[in-house]
Design a binder for this molecule. Sequence first.
Ligand SMILES: C[S@@+](CC[C@H](N)C(=O)[O-])C[C@H]1O[C@@H](n2cnc3c(N)ncnc32)[C@H](O)[C@@H]1O
Length: 252
Amino acid sequence: MVKSKNMLPLKGQRPTSRSDSVETDLLLWWEDFYVPVFEYTLPKMGTLKGKKVLELGAGTGGTATLLAKRGASVVGIDLLPFRLTEAKMRASEHNVVESVDFALMDAMHLAFPDNTFDFVISKSVLVFTEHAQTAKECYRVLKPGGKAIFIENMRYHPMVWLYRKVFLKYSGKLRYFSVQDIETVGAEFERLEHREFHLLAVSALFWQKCIAIPTFYRASLRLLKVIDTSLLKCLPFLKRLCWITAMICHKD
Ligand SMILES: C[S@@+](CC[C@H](N)C(=O)[O-])C[C@H]1O[C@@H](n2cnc3c(N)ncnc32)[C@H](O)[C@@H]1O
């Protein structure tokens, strides 16, 4: 059984059994921070029944399973065979193994014909690739009217930057996103929408370490998310300092 880490549902969060809520256990890591991102992106996909979705860098299959449970037929690709084995197990545990297929493949060189998928999605994967090349490939395999949804990590959040410097030795090799990088990816498509998430909210993780009281963490996170929303609305230039970006790229 693949267990979820960092699982701390927010008080008042909608139950995961509701079909319109995000299954937090399938977000796998930093759920408290990815729920709002998926609440933004999933409605952009509309009804998934009968839709063909490609997931880049499927990892252990959380997102592929989540989408298959919503009716999509999903192909998940990754460079690591053991990740795909785990992904298959996860799909099987959730009874959607018939709706998912996993393949060993490089996101920068997709072995699919042009105009194959209704959606392409990725979460924390483009940072491992050359952005424009991957975006070009995604555009090619999308059907006209399709969308590519890239959920990626940004470069300049001060706390996250420090964390990467200290704890993620390999982070120097990754291509974290700046606003200019977002635009570079968008330039491969006809239209780009994007939204950035989490500025002050990230500091709730610091307070969680200092004052290990779950109620305090939940309350501080909720408050900081509200402050972030207002702050980013009033001072949009601060978006460049956020942690996560969600890009919705449209192919006409
Ligand atoms: C940070 S993990 C994210 C996994 C998954 N998307 C998730 O959110 O749980 C990045 C994944 O991308 C895969 N990956 C990295 N470069 C890739 C590439 N060029 N093509 C396909 N997958 C790649 C890695 O093997 C890894 O499983």
